[in-house]
Design a binder for this molecule. Structure first.
Ligand code: NAP
Length: 285
């Protein structure tokens, strides 16, 4: 039976650490703030934005929510982003994805000031991540690294296999693992003999978006299995990409869904907002 890596508990520790630093900043007369922009009526996005506001309240950040209608134009959203870029009360800006079809996501992400880009999706920040010289890391991959570290699992020299190559999860995940001296394989939908690849993994990260995708026969006995996936099964229950019940029998450690990577992503967003605030306040003083 695998050790369960409890993302909820680790995330709570991180948020407590952020809270302590926010209290310190406030004692020095600084009041960090995160702006979250939601366009349209995507119910999942609505939940994410509500959770971000809750997290802000928990760690002591001011949060500013901007809810725009589904028919918002790209020009209107750009205008709001530019206004937030200039706003000194806001140190972090997050535009919730996905955006409605009439708005180009890349155009919006590029418009966010890189020093306020707490999601780390701006090409300038992506470049910094590639080089290994960065202020912010994308929340989900950084959350995965943090939970591996805090679970006491060594990365150096390990063979890590990442399933998924999205700009948000798979690619930056692979890069962060590489920065930590792991040997990294990235798999995707065109990978041949996927199970052969995944069975090589000391640490397997699944970021596919398909329930029960990773089955026990794809996992080397004793491997660490990190499940990034967030899917709804036929009963509407939140499940990951990993067939948890069978993989848990052979893995040495595993992250559950819910209560694994999800809470870590939220905690790292708070950490990134704190970093953005510290950078802004240092520049001001
Ligand atoms: P995505 O953009 O849809 O990417 C999915 C990746 O999986 C793609 O690279 C795709 O390959 C690959 N893939 C699909 N079918 C495959 C197959 N049969 N064999 C091998 N690879 C396959 O999704 P994403 O944004 O990276 O998210 C992945 C999952 O993580 C989703 O469930 C999402 O909800 C979840 N997520 C969770 C968090 C969190 O906080 N826990 C945060 C972000 C995302 P191709 O590139 O070849 O198409």
């Amino acid at each position: 039976m695998a050790t369960i890596i409890n993302g909820k508990e680790i995330a709570a520790q991180i948020k407590a650490e952020v809270r302590a630093e926010v209290d310190q900043l406030k004692a020095e007369g600084m009041n960090p703030g995160l702006a979250v922009v939601l366009v349209g009526n995507n119910p999942a996005s609505r939940v994410y934005v509500t959770n971000k506001k809750k997290d802000c309240a928990e760690v002591g950040f001011a949060s500013y929510e901007y809810t725009l209608p589904e028919e918002t134009t790209e020009a209107e959203l750009l205008e709001l982003v530019e206004q937030l870029n200039r706003d000194d009360t806001v140190q972090g800006i997050l535009v919730q994805l996905p955006l409605p079809d009439q708005i180009c996501e890349q155009t919006i992400l590029r418009a966010i000031a890189p020093e306020k880009d707490v999601d780390a999706f701006h090409p300038e920040n992506v470049g910094h991540i590639m080089i290994g010289d960065y202020a912010f890391l994308p929340c989900t991959p950084a959350g995965v690294i943090e939970m591996i570290d805090r679970a006491g699992i060594e990365l150096q020299g390990k063979h890590c296999v990442v399933i998924g190559r999205s700009n948000i999860v798979g690619k930056p995940m692979a890069m962060l693992l590489l920065h930590r001296n792991a040997t990294v394989t990235i798999c995707h939908s065109r990978t041949k003999n996927l199970a052969e690849q995944t069975r090589q993994a000391d640490i397997l990260v699944a970021a596919v978006g398909k329930a029960n995708f990773v089955t026990a026969d794809m996992v080397k006995p004793g491997a660490v299995v990190i499940d990034v996936g967030m899917n709804r099964n036929a009963e509407g229950k939140l499940v990951g990409d990993v067939a948890y019940d069978e993989v848990e029998q052979i893995a040495s450690a595993i992250t559950p869904v819910p209560g694994g990577v999800g809470p870590m992503t939220r905690a790292i967003l708070m950490h990134n907002t704190l970093t953005a605030a510290k950078i802004a306040f240092t520049k001001r003083s």
